[in-house]
Design a protein around this ligand. Sequence first.
Ligand code: ADP
Ligand code: ADP
Length: 230
Amino acid sequence: ENIVEIKGLEKSYEKGNIKALNGIDLDIKEGEFVSIIGPSGSGKSTLLNMLGALDIADSGTINVAGYDLSKNKNLDEFRSKKIGFIFQLHNLIPNISVVENVEIPMFEGKLSSKDRRTLALKLLDSVGLKDKAKIKPTKLSGGERQRVAIARALANDPSIILADEPTGSLDSRTSKKILDQLNKMHKEKNVTLIMVTHDMNVAKLADRVIEVLDGKILKSTDNSLLNDNI
Ligand code: ADP
Ligand code: ADP
């Protein structure tokens, strides 16, 4: 079953002078791990922003997890219930503790403060950071911060995780750890994972690699059989 259905999606900036998305058609199955790759300026982040309802398209249709995002309705509810974000720039809040950062997405739900804390510690444990729960994110390495961001993205039990260059500023050893974490949670929770990257070595770990150029999909390559055998 498709969790994402996109048809003819277009988005321009600067009063139409910059065409960021130029007719995107894309279906993604529930539980799929998809990477979106392309050079700088090709429209990857714009597409990811549309998927997370952080921005609205000019034309075309986009359905994600049962929400019609082109209708501009219930988008706050959609974001807080369905999506976990791992964005490089929108990162952790520096002046509250690691565990409090992980609890942030839970405030939309119905958990008591005690249950929020228990769940946040469990999520931190799953990314190997339970012992850092009480310290501030500024004391963590880049790799550790990104693992906190993964724990936080899982906090609202999302249907889809959107990750924008999750390994962007990290060395290759740390990148591998982060990608292992992402893969683990994708497999264990059967969550749909959509990851933007400019690095083919990272992209090809996904079930499917979508290549974007000039706001269009150039090519879609199925890797699922290949990766299952590794
Ligand atoms: P990528 O993520 O592949 O680098 P983007 O989606 O960020 O590409 O950008 C696609 C195009 O849209 C680029 O030409 C970029 O400069 C432009 N663009 C993106 N966001 C904005 C914005 N908020 N205002 C104006 N132009 C934008
Ligand atoms: P990783 O491989 O997870 O990125 P690093 O090799 O960068 O880890 O860091 C190793 C250790 O050094 C970590 O336990 C981290 O807490 C600590 N560390 C890294 N950067 C900083 C920093 N800016 N301030 C305090 N401690 C740091």
